[in-house]
Structures are given as C-alpha cells and as structure tokens.
Design a protein around this ligand. Structure first.
Ligand code: NDP
Length: 234
C-alpha cells in the first residue's frame, strides 16, 4: 500500500512510518521542515528501506506546502491507499479560560483541525485512485464530550472538531468504500505525552495499521475509536 503520514519525524508519526515500512508498505513521510535535524530519524530508516520511504515537505498549516506535496507524489504517477493525519500540537496546557492566548488557540485549530482538512482537500484525488483506501484522523479522548475537564481548551476543542470532520467524511466517502476513522491513540510516551505515559507509541502504531490493512474491520455506529478499534464515546 502507498500511505501518507503527516508529522512523521517523531513521536507516533515516526512509529507509524516504522510499522508501515516493516509491514512492507511504501511510505510518504510528511515533515514540517526538511532540515537535517528534523529528518534525521527518517534518514536513518531510509538506509534500510531505501526508496520505500520518501520524505516529503508538508506543513499542514500551509496550503501551498500541501499542494506542493501532492505534486511531488503525482510526478511519480502514484496513487494513495491511506492517509494518516497524525500531526498535532497540545498548547496552552495549564491555562484557565481567563489566561488563554487566542493566537495560540488559533494555531491549535490551524494544525489539529484545519491541517487534516487541507490534507484531505488536496490528497483526495490521489486517494480515490487507490485500493482499500482509508483515512485515519488521529484524534484524542480529550475531544470526547464526556471527557470535559478544565484545561487544554484549544486542544480539546480542536479534537472535537476532528471527530465531526471524520463523521462528515465518512458520510461523504462511504459509498466509495473509503474507510474513515477518528482514532484516540491512547496516552503514549512521546514528546507530547511525556515519559510517564503508559503506552508505547509502537503498539499504537501497530493497532492503527491493523485497521489500515483491514486485518481488523471496524464497523461501529460512529467512527471515533481507540487504537484497538473499540468505540470511543463521542
Ligand atoms: P509529538 O508532539 O511527539 O509530535 C507531533 C508531530 O506533529 C511532530 O512530528 C511535529 O513536527 C508534527 N507537527 C506539528 N505541527 C506541524 C505542522 N504544522 N505541519 C506538519 N507537522 C506538524 O506528538 P505525538 O506523536 O504524541 O502525537 C501524535 C498525534 O497523537 C497528535 O495528533 C496528538 O494530538 C495525538 N495524541 C497524542 C497523545 C499522546 O499521549 N502523546 C494522546 C492523544 C492524542 P515537528 O517536529 O516539526 O514539530
């Protein structure tokens, strides 16, 4: 399969690239910046996987960058079988509503919500040419209405919106048999999750690929699931 992953240089995104390559897929690893330090972990993977791994500049806040990334892939006459919208930020963590910086809130929406929209808007034609296609939007239980807590305002709100985006896309794309899921990846040991988190992001990545490869068929009422494909409460 040909799979695009955003934010693929570290954390869950890097683990998704690793699992995808181990499973024999061709990975387009989207990275915000092509600087050497950022791409270093992917360059190391390329030593083993060669042309099965392509690093593509893709800043999800920049529509021109997204369009340029589609052109890069089109030049290779390629199609896509999967898009994993993984890139995300968690900012304004400890802030109360009175303390929120609205520009930081806009940035969270720009990356977490508009990012997947930009990517799907421009990559859908390539995905439509693929096989057994899926779109995975990496969400969070922080975007569940039953899990409201004081704090993480922009993050929680931007992930609720991701869940609605996924439901809407599912309605729009199910007749084309394009599978859409919004996945809570669990609390993982990454820069975002910190080192006290219980989950290894490699395990989450494996669970996500089970769904992408349709080893696990998920047909729940709503598309919000955990990395095992179990229903999450919207
Ligand atoms: P990290 O902070 O470890 O990694 C975030 C990734 O997103 C980096 O590769 C980063 O790139 C990339 N990114 C940020 N902004 C942009 C942008 N504008 N364009 C392209 N890429 C960008 O996060 P995790 O790996 O932990 O999180 C991955 C996903 O999982 C996120 O969507 C997150 O919300 C979700 N999640 C994570 C949880 C956890 O416990 N970790 C829990 C629930 C959900 P760069 O290096 O350039 O900054």
């Amino acid at each position: 399969m040909d799979i695009l992953i955003t934010g693929a240089n570290r954390g869950l995104g890097l683990c998704l690239a690793k699992v995808g390559l181990e499973n024999g897929h061709h990975i387009y690893a989207g990275v915000r910046s092509l600087d050497e330090k950022t791409t270093e972990p992917l360059a190391q993977l390329q030593e083993t996987y060669k042309e099965k791994l392509e690093i593509v500049q893709l800043d999800v806040t920049d529509e021109n960058s997204v369009i340029a990334a589609t052109e890069t892939i089109k030049r290779k006459n390629a199609s896509l079988d999967g898009i994993i919208n993984n890139a995300g930020i968690l900012n304004e963590r400890e802030k109360t509503i009175e303390e929120l910086d609205l520009e930081a809130c806009k940035l969270a929406f720009d990356i977490n919500t508009l990012g997947p929209i930009r990517v799907i808007k421009h990559f859908l034609p390539l995905l439509e040419k693929g096989n057994k296609q899926s779109i995975i939007n990496v969400s969070s239980e922080a975007g569940s209405l039953t899990n409201a807590y004081a704090g993480d305002y922009p993050y929680g709100l931007s992930k609720v919106a991701v869940n609605m985006l996924s439901e809407k896309l599912n309605v729009y794309l199910r007749e084309k048999d394009i599978k859409v899921l919004s996945v809570h990846p669990g609390w993982m040991r990454t820069d975002m999750g910190g080192n006290k988190a219980p989950l290894d992001p490699m395990d989450t990545a494996t669970g996500i690929f089970d769904m992408v490869e349709r080893k696990k068929n998920v047909n729940n009422k709503y598309v919000f699931v955990d990395h095992h494909g179990r229903s999450m409460v919207i």
